[in-house]
Design a protein around this ligand. Structure first.
Ligand code: ADP
Length: 167
């Protein structure tokens, strides 16, 4: 059976932590769908279109194995729609665990044919989160090395380039 995985997330914005998971997942699954999963009532820094576009720019255009999509409904319904059998999530600190555990159990309760699979973060990305990156960038801190250059540039455009910062 073909192994099709969905990697859902806010990706607001995509970081090297996310990219590490994507790269490793491509060695594990026949197809990987990176899914910008959004809640229309939630506020994000980047629009869905901007987030999808940034992912395209950093992981490349759709090909036979990798696809990028967006969705605002129940993940298990999306999985059914595209014939995916795996939901892929990344794990960092223990603090991720409880929420991920709850979601995995809830998703399994709704659709027992879809398994949630976790990949441990690469040790360089243990403290990398989109939220922390936004906080640092918002105050003019450098997040270079934690996100691809194109994302760094978009963050600076959003928050304005602090005086004296050249890159
Ligand atoms: P969500 O709002 O769904 O948590 P995120 O974009 O923050 O969306 O995260 C999407 C997935 O990527 C989650 O499984 C999260 O744990 C994982 N992730 C985020 N940052 C990292 C990282 N630095 N290393 C590994 N996994 C990560």
């Amino acid at each position: 059976m073909k192994k099709v995985a969905i990697y859902p997330g806010s990706f607001d914005p995509i970081t090297y932590g996310h990219m590490d998971i994507i790269t490793r997942a491509l060695n594990m699954f026949d197809e990987l769908i990176v899914l910008v999963a959004y809640n229309p009532n939630k506020h994000y820094l980047f629009s869905v279109e901007e987030r999808v576009e940034m992912i395209y720019e950093v992981v490349g255009k759709n090909n036979g194995q990798l696809r990028i999509d967006s969705y605002s409904g129940l993940l298990v319904d999306y999985a059914k729609k595209v014939g995916a059998n795996v939901i892929l999530r990344g794990l960092r600190a223990v603090s991720d665990f409880e929420y991920e555990f709850q979601m995995a159990l809830m998703n399994r309760r709704m659709n027992k044919d879809v398994e949630t699979v976790f990949l441990m973060t690469g040790y360089q990305w243990f403290y990398t989160s989109s939220n922390l990156i936004k906080q640092a960038a918002c105050m003019g801190g450098s997040v270079k090395g934690l996100v691809p250059d194109i994302v760094n540039k978009k963050l600076m455009e959003k928050f304005g380039r602090p005086k004296g910062r050249v890159k």
